[in-house]
Design a protein around this ligand. Structure first.
Ligand SMILES: [Zn+2]
Length: 117
């Protein structure tokens, strides 16, 4: 069977030193030149897992969401190798706690104002 190869390999095939076939599963998500994102995702999750997870998703939207999430997660892990995305979740949790406290204070002020009317 004749295989068509892309003249310029996608970032995944380029980094893995393989020819980028026409049906390359990684090409839509790691186009040529997207090497940094691919390296981050590959070192965090390994290419085999990423390819398997992509094939398990049914729709193109699900596949794009998956790769977007993996890129974000790998970026967080690169930025903070110890806590990764957990640090982001904890910051957001702290922010929610602070905002809830402000809401409670404002509700108390409204209640106090209404009682004086
Ligand atoms: Zn490729």
């Amino acid at each position: 069977m004749d295989q068509f190869y892309h003249e310029v390999a996608c970032a995944a095939c380029s980094r893995l030193r393989r020819r980028c076939i026409n049906a390359c599963i990684m090409r839509p998500y790691f186009p040529p030149g997207d090497d940094l994102n691919f390296i981050n995702v590959h070192f965090t999750f390994t290419n085999n897992n990423v390819e398997r997870w992509i094939t398990l998703r049914e729709t193109e939207e699900q596949k794009r969401d998956l790769v977007r999430a993996l890129k974000w997660e790998a970026g967080q892990r690169l930025f903070n190798p110890i806590e990764g995305s957990y640090a982001v979740c904890m910051r957001q949790r702290q922010r929610i706690t602070e905002l809830n406290a402000q809401v409670q204070f404002l509700l108390m002020m409204v209640d106090h104002f209404n009682q004086q009317q």
